[in-house]
Design a protein around this ligand. Structure first.
Ligand code: ZN
Length: 431
């Protein structure tokens, strides 16, 4: 069975026509059923016929995570008895948001994940090993589960962590695809090396990587991606998704950004003034969900900064592709005129085995501008490590932060500072 939707192979014009028809349907539904949007649109004097084309979306106000937190249940378009599943955002920043799904939404989610796995060369003969949680209101877990079932493939639910159990299962059941966080795949590789397991003789051929990106802004493998590829000859697929959008952007084998599924979502990349950025520029990923029944969203600003790639892909799909998330909007750092995000900085630091631990600190300089300091612990020669880092920052980012060498204990204290119990690699001390 072929799981590539026809529309993805059609022309840009055909995709736009389909999206505008779906958008019309979505807005008709929202104007009728969404308490939040009815109120918002009436406050702004927006009439139903204001939006016909995708460009017209810019006439509508955006929705932020804060709006969703403050008015969570006003987004619900159906009576509560029609909710079949309550999922929630992880709540790493602020209060978690509940996203409620109807039966139809669950089916949409399964369809979304099925065509996403198909995009990542998934086939009904594949056997997937899921190395992630299926509980704790985690939407992605059920999405993968249902998507794989719809694809007609087999699956094994091992859950997160436990490299020994993962390997025991790989050896016993011979999965062909892993679904995992890439930094956990590094742990699997380390475990295999310690135990003398020959990685390239295992049954695993592919890994669908979730949660963290494998690529840099040029769509080349980043340090994390390279570390996996160096040791393990498997095909890697990066994905991007969030609970709020109930839709995934998954790479094909050409690894040139996550493919948009045009029948499920409209994407805009917006600037600070909520205007679309120039084609190919970095903007905030802003989505309008299509076909969602429970809690549809219009122009929802995800906070994720990325670049869109619009040229047709070598796989034959003409859909837009999203490059890796370069960082969160609120973590944007303007250093001497250059825009940076913490993940890009981490990626450079991760490249050097001499850098044992680090914390990146942004703060406000005397002139009110952003400044950047990297606190780090190294077992190498301080002078040569600093020279090496300066050269790497200069060539990759064109700007060089300050470096401060600390002991391992000092770095540990910095990483544990702040309210969150999670280890922090980025400290934002800007005013
Ligand atoms: Zn492609």
């Amino acid at each position: 069975m072929n799981h590539i939707p026809e529309i993805e192979l059609q022309s840009g014009d055909a995709i736009r026509t389909l999206q505008e028809a779906k958008l019309k349907h979505t807005l008709d539904y929202i104007f009728q059923h969404s308490p939040y949007y009815k109120n918002l649109f009436s406050k702004h004097g927006i009439l139903r016929d204001a939006v016909a084309k995708i460009e017209d979306l810019s006439k509508l106000p955006v929705t932020t995570k804060n709006d969703l937190q403050e008015n969570n249940w006003d987004f619900l378009c159906v009576p509560k008895r029609e909710i079949v599943e309550y999922t929630s955002t992880s709540g790493t920043l602020g209060r978690p948001v509940t996203i409620a799904l109807t039966e139809k939404d669950l089916q949409r989610l399964a369809y979304n994940e099925c065509i996403s796995f198909a995009c990542a060369d998934g086939h009904q003969d594949d056997l997937y090993q899921l190395m992630l949680t299926l509980d704790r209101q985690f939407m992605a877990g059920i999405a993968y589960y249902e998507g794989i079932r719809k694809l007609g493939a087999g699956l094994i639910r091992v859950g997160p962590g436990l490299p020994a159990l993962q390997w025991e299962t790989i050896n016993r059941l011979k999965p062909t695809v892993l679904v995992a966080v890439p930094s956990f795949i590094i742990k699997l590789i380390e475990f295999a090396k310690e135990q003398g397991i020959d990685l390239n003789k295992s049954s695993v051929k592919k890994a669908v990587c979730i949660g963290e990106s494998l690529r840099d802004d040029n769509l080349q493998l980043n340090t994390l991606g390279k570390k996996i590829a160096e040791s393990w000859n498997i095909q890697l697929y990066s994905t991007y998704a969030s609970t709020e959008m109930q839709t995934a952007f998954t790479e094909c084998a050409h690894g040139s950004g996550g493919h948009q599924h045009p029948e499920l979502i409209i994407v805009e990349l917006l600037d600070e003034q909520n205007k679309p950025v120039a084609s190919g520029s970095v903007g905030e990923v802003t989505v309008t969900t299509l076909g969602v029944e429970g809690m549809p969203l219009v122009r929802y600003k995800t906070g994720d900064m990325a670049r869109a790639h619009e040229k047709p892909c070598a796989c034959g799909r003409n859909t837009l592709r999203l490059g890796p998330v370069l960082g969160r909007h609120q973590q944007m750092i303007k250093l001497k005129g250059t825009t940076l995000y913490p993940p890009g900085i981490f990626d450079i630091l991760n490249q050097f085995h001499e850098v044992k631990e680090y914390v990146v600190e942004a703060y406000t300089g005397e002139l009110g501008t952003d400044e950047l300091k990297v606190h780090l612990f190294t077992d190498g020669d301080l002078k040569s490590v600093e020279e090496m880092l300066k050269a790497a920052f200069q060539s990759r980012l064109r700007v060089v932060p300050f470096f401060e060498f600390n002991s391992g204990d000092e770095i540990e204290k910095l990483q544990a500072s702040g309210k969150s119990r999670k280890i922090k690699k980025f400290l934002d001390n800007r005013q």
